[in-house]
Design a protein around this ligand. Structure first.
Ligand code: LLP
Length: 430
């Protein structure tokens, strides 16, 4: 047993979530108040944190020709999308559903790129009708289908080919996408031929080149390795008379979950433009698709301790959030910071923080030194990205509510799901 330090001293990665007088706040709202009003599990976002993250990109861009398309799979709540639309973001979408969300907040279709390895015809049609800027196409078969669908609708689809540059992003294997073993993209060696074929397809207009090598990158060099390969391809394409207007480097910049020091948008952009200029490609417009780095540290997941179970091998804190609310620990062995809203003095015990779902994989944090009691509310940190968007209903658990804090105000931006919501659409046999 160790003597507890009531208030953890360093919340450096999370400046919008800080303790005041031993109470954890989101901006100017005390979180125990929110948990009391709205219940738990509860996702809490900070509007100021979203804006600050956007500003790191915006100021890094400066006057350079860059379109930042928010990768909305990280967090597609309409309030989050609207905030980024107001700030001038474009959007990276991967489904007809995400297109609907983007259009619902008034996003400019000319700033939407449509990614994804399995686009269906109806999704292509909807995106063509909307007039999206570009389809990021991942196979020859998809090129053919897109051309057919575009012709049916009497339009031409602007396309970039997503190539797989075969570089190691040095991240978790489940979120690494740029190796030749991954399902994503057209192998870079086959790209020239794919461009040749796309030129012959009447429904297409080739405008760009795309790649995305992985997520939660904490090292910048894989980006530049990929970029050099892409620039070789751009030169080869010019050799056969194909001149592109944009280059999309995808998303992937990491965030600080514990002690990572991920590269900044400025470091990335400076390095990219330096290489573009060196290779005589300064005319290319750059597209980025950041998701996690715009929202990850703008959100917390609040959860209440239901039971403490002290055992021989382990102590468990059984909480009301579970793997259906935050899947990242179960799926990727991911580490999320964990802090009590109202820290207690006392002797800390090591706890595994687990949910009520009937799976051993249902854990949220392991071996954390905590001073807690039944009924205490805990905050899981860095839960703004790939939290709610990956939530599900396993064990017939309603999904959490979401709330956006703005200064000393808050807005419920998604109601807690009800049990009736969960049964809707089902029926028994006559
Ligand atoms: N563009 C494409 C084509 C992508 O596939 C992704 C993410 C992004 C952009 C945004 O990447 P970001 O900037 O967020 O790294 N569920 C995992 C992450 C999966 C990422 C999938 N693709 C996690 O919770 O870590």
């Amino acid at each position: 047993m160790t003597a507890a330090i009531p208030v953890p001293p360093d919340l450096a990665g999370h400046p919008f979530f800080q303790y005041r007088n031993n109470v954890l706040y989101a901006e100017d709202v005390p979180l125990d108040h929110l948990a009391g009003q709205l219940g738990t599990p509860l996702y809490v976002y900070s509007r100021a944190a979203l804006r600050a993250a956007w500003n790191t990109y915006h100021s890094a861009v400066g006057q350079r020709p860059v379109l930042v398309c928010y990768g909305m799979k990280a967090n597609s709540n309409l309030a989050v999308l609207k905030e980024f639309a107001r700030l001038g973001a474009g959007f990276d979408i991967v489904s007809g559903g995400e297109l609907k969300r983007a259009l619902a907040v008034g996003a400019d279709p000319a700033r939407i790129v449509f990614s994804g390895v399995g686009k269906q015809a109806w999704e292509m049609r909807a995106a063509l009708d909307a007039g999206v800027m570009c389809f990021n196409v991942e196979s020859e078969a998809e090129l053919q289908r897109l051309s057919d669908v575009a012709q049916e609708t009497g339009r031409r689809a602007r396309v970039a080919l997503r190539v797989n540059p075969d570089v190691d992003a040095q991240t978790h294997p489940y979120i690494s996408t740029g190796l030749k073993e991954n399902k994503f993209g057209i192998p870079i060696g086959a790209a020239l031929d794919a461009y040749r074929s796309s030129r012959l397809l009447p429904g297409l207009e080739v405008t760009g080149l795309d790649c995305h090598i992985g997520s939660q990158l904490t090292d910048i060099s894989p980006y530049f390795d990929a970029l050099e390969k892409l620039l070789d391809l751009v030169a080869d394409l010019e050799g056969i008379g194909i001149r592109l207007s944009h280059l999309d480097l995808g998303g992937g910049l990491g965030i600080r979950y514990s002690d990572e020091t991920p590269p900044s948008p400025k470091a990335l952009l400076d390095g990219v433009f330096q290489r573009l200029q060196a290779r005589g490609q300064g005319h290319l417009r750059l597209v980025l698709e950041p998701g996690r780095s715009l929202v990850g540290n703008a959100g917390l997941l609040l959860t209440t301790v239901q039971y403490l179970k002290h055992g021989e091998a382990r102590n468990f804190a059984i909480v009301d959030a579970a793997m259906n609310d935050l899947l990242r620990p179960a799926l990727y062995d991911a580490w999320h910071g964990l802090r009590p809203l109202l820290p207690r003095a006392g002797d800390a015990l090591d706890y595994d923080v687990v949910g009520p779902v009937c799976e051993s994989a249902d854990w949220l944090a392991r071996q954390r030194a905590l001073v807690i009691e039944q009924g205490d509310v805990l905050a899981l940190e860095s839960a703004g990205a790939y939290g709610m968007t990956m939530a599900g209903n396993y064990n017939t658990r309603p999904r959490a509510a979401e709330v956006m804090v703005d200064g000393d105000h808050y807005h419920v931006v998604r109601q807690r799901e009800t049990l009736d919501d969960l049964l809707r659409g089902e029926s028994t046999l006559p």
